[in-house]
Write a new protein. Sequence first.
Length: 145
Amino acid sequence: MKRALVVLLTAVLIGILFHPVTVKAASEEEILDLLNYARSQAGLDEVSYDASLASVAQTRAQECATRFSHTRPNGQSWQTVSSITNGENLAHAVNCNQSQPENVVLAWLLSPTHKANVMRSSFTSVGIAYYYSDTGETYIVAEFN
């Protein structure tokens, strides 16, 4: 497991060094691929992409532009957004480099609570959304089930 993390970190660092800062954030598919790569390195099954969860993730990403928290702008917990979600990862990027999929997933893997969601064996599907705010900041959300 440590070796896989070192390989992933090395790939991310090389990507940061040679990736132009002007490139826009990549697709949700790249985040899915990176999540599944990390899961496979841990001996876990892949999660599949779920359009219903992606819709929930889009709602939460837009809400995060108002209040970046697992507490929703209405003061309720994130779980109240939908009965189909059982885990949530958030990311807030203030520049283009931070919104790159490899950096988002790396940040999640370095956070024990976010990594727990990525590696939870009971999760079989995920929805991912990017939201670009008027201030130029990006919010990325993964909703798991």
